[in-house]
Design a protein around this ligand. Sequence first.
Ligand SMILES: [Zn+2]
Length: 127
Amino acid sequence: MTTISLLRTIASMALFGAWLLAGCASTVDVTKYKNNICEVHQLVMTVHEVECVSGNSCYMPDFRSAMHEQFPHHGRRRYSEDHFVLHARRLRDYVCPECTKAYEDWVARNPRKVASQGSAAAHANAQ
Ligand SMILES: [Zn+2]
């Protein structure tokens, strides 16, 4: 291994480590490269910090499907892996007020189809 390739390997490992640490930060900004117009409701969204827990909504297929179709930018609890971060306690993201209303309506109608506490993975394991 040449010195240059060794340095490239070390630099790659450092970048990967920085990415991991960013995912572990308490608040992660995920607004970069996103549009501030809700594609469902055609409203201008505002930036908010929203609660985030570890997990992935893929373990709740009904919720995930409804989220993508009806409330992709809700302002309630999010799952970190849906945003490609390993773990974050809070996300700084665009929030649409109509998405938040749609989320609350859907959760009220489907209380057993969304994790009440902890991660989505923990919810899936409990079923
Ligand atoms: Zn919306």
